[in-house]
Design a protein around this ligand. Structure first.
Ligand code: G3I
Length: 468
């Protein structure tokens, strides 16, 4: 299975993806077998291209990925030896957050002495599995080691910035998103910053942390993360919104806002959740649900999970959901049974609700006509048969078989905003709009293929044939 890969520069990512897709397509069309490949991912892709993708994804990450999103979980390093836990982790998730192992007290227990052991175990597991990694968290009033708790003023500011720089540098290139600053606003109606030793170093401590993180790892998305920021009408939500608005207007490097989303009867899922997510996204940042758990059971819990998932899917810039643990027994609120799997690892009603919503969240592969179209004979009598290929969250493959002539010219017209981003077994050229591709034989027979980045439009291209 292809999972999301860790972030790269856009140029490198595009080039690698195009090269991989070309290779996969050539192998699929020319050899019919995977063969011996240099790149593991290409091997996986080639194998997958031979098995038709089911209409409904069977796991959380696959269903989320089809919508262009990730589905993650908090992970505890000491549970990586639990086979039930790891089995569910590897099967259902394509993003991880270290539940405690990347906190300040864990990584820098003595000033200037960094201990990456447990965090690296999680990072290495994620990388081996092709999962993304959310880093949590670089600067926080809580979980500070004793030495930091005892500091204040410029010495604390400097120590905090050094921590941000050291840790973000250690993990440079491996983190999808960093929670740069966590929980810096007060609860209640004040809309004020939370009082803390970090806040007392000056109001600009948050932006200083973001600038240090950007300098250390320019490829990671930088998030502000908090709880009780889900209800649009709450003063805390409004205060965080104003900070993000201010940061964007002044060029402070912020890319995303994390909504922890710890819900229970005292803090229920708000009916305006979608509004909150959309309003933040409209500031020009991604939004991520970062620590989701909802206490309860049965259908009411499932309905709440359904609502949160729908709210995320309704916001284009809601790029992923992370639940705060796997089984109920893994939760920091275990007695509230707030997660998607029961203590034995069984799927709960909430799991099925989330999966169902994710599977309907993007026009599923059933949208195109189920019978691949064969175009009527064109001048000279050639015909084409179009076949669906592999599908990913942001793109899909198509394959055309030409019959009736070996001297064909096939016109492939994609549907806006689709774009052909790779081809194989054909010499292709495009018109000025980029929507109409003219394909001609390249000496490798009468079957050719292409990859379309769909931009939200899953409709098949129209294909016509004429003789050359
Ligand atoms: O591992 C030790 C154990 O050896 C020791 O015997 C025991 C005694 O207290 O403590 C254990 O460590 C605990 C750790 O969780 C692992 O279970 C810590 O005391 C406890 O403070 C820690 O709680 C974590 C909490 O953050 C504080 O950092 C929770 O696991 C973790 O789920 C929770 O996560 C936070 C997010 O980081 C931020 N948002 C809220 C969320 C929930 O509180």
């Amino acid at each position: 299975m292809i999972r999301t890969r860790r972030r790269m520069g856009p140029v490198a990512a595009t080039a690698l993806a195009a090269a991989m897709l070309m290779l996969v397509g050539m192998l699929t069309a020319m050899t019919g077998t995977g063969g011996a490949l240099a790149a593991g991912e290409a091997r996986n892709a080639a194998e997958e291209a031979h098995s038709p993708q089911p209409m409904q994804a069977g796991t959380l990450w696959e269903a989320a990925q089809r919508t262009g999103r990730y589905f993650g979980t908090a992970v505890a390093a000491n549970k990586l030896s639990d086979s039930t836990y790891v089995g569910i982790l590897n099967r259902e998730f394509n993003s991880v957050t270290a539940e405690n192992e990347m906190k300040i007290d864990a990584l820098e227990p003595q000033q200037g002495q960094f201990n990456y052991g447990n965090a690296d175990r999680i990072v290495n597991h994620a990388i081996q599995q092709g999962m993304d990694i959310r880093g949590h968290t670089l600067a926080w009033h809580s979980q500070q080691p004793q030495w930091m708790q005892n500091m204040s003023g410029s010495a604390l500011r400097q120590a905090m910035l050094n921590h941000v720089t050291q840790v973000a540098t250690h993990y440079r290139g491996r983190i999808h998103s960093w929670d740069v600053v966590n929980e810096a606003f007060a609860d209640g109606s004040s809309g004020a910053r939370r009082d803390s030793n970090l806040q007392r170093t000056g109001n600009d401590w948050i932006e200083a942390a973001f600038r240090a993180a950007r300098a250390a790892d320019p490829g990671a998305k930088l998030c502000y993360n908090d709880y009780n920021t889900d209800d649009w009408s709450h003063a805390k939500t409004q205060a965080v919104y104003r900070m993000v608005q201010d940061f964007k207007s002044r060029g402070v490097p912020i890319d995303c806002v994390g909504f922890q989303a710890h819900f229970n009867s005292a803090s229920p899922v708000p009916s305006n959740y979608h509004t909150t997510l959309q309003n933040f996204a409209d500031l020009g940042v991604d939004v991520q649900i970062t620590e989701l758990d909802i206490e309860g059971s049965g259908s009411s819990q499932a309905d709440n999970y359904r609502g949160v998932t729908q709210a995320c899917l309704a916001v284009a810039r809601c790029t992923g959901i992370t639940v705060w643990g796997i089984r109920d027994s893994d939760s920091w609120r275990a007695s509230g049974t707030p997660l998607l799997f029961d203590n034995s690892g069984g799927k709960k009603a909430a799991y099925h609700a989330v999966l169902e919503v994710l599977n309907g969240g993007q026009a599923p592969p059933t949208d195109p006509p189920t019978d691949p179209p064969t175009d009527p004979p064109g001048p000279g009598g050639c015909t084409t048969t179009y076949a669906d290929g592999q599908q990913w969250g942001d793109r899909f493959n198509g394959q055309v078989t030409v019959s009736g002539t070996n001297n064909w010219i096939v016109t492939v017209t994609v549907n806006s905003p689709q774009q052909v981003i790779a081809t194989w077994n054909t010499n292709a050229s495009w018109d000025s709009s980029g929507n109409v591709m003219t394909a001609r034989p390249n000496g490798n027979g009468n079957v050719f293929g292409f990859t379309i980045r769909h931009g939200g439009n899953w409709n098949r291209p129209s294909v016509t044939c004429r003789t050359g």
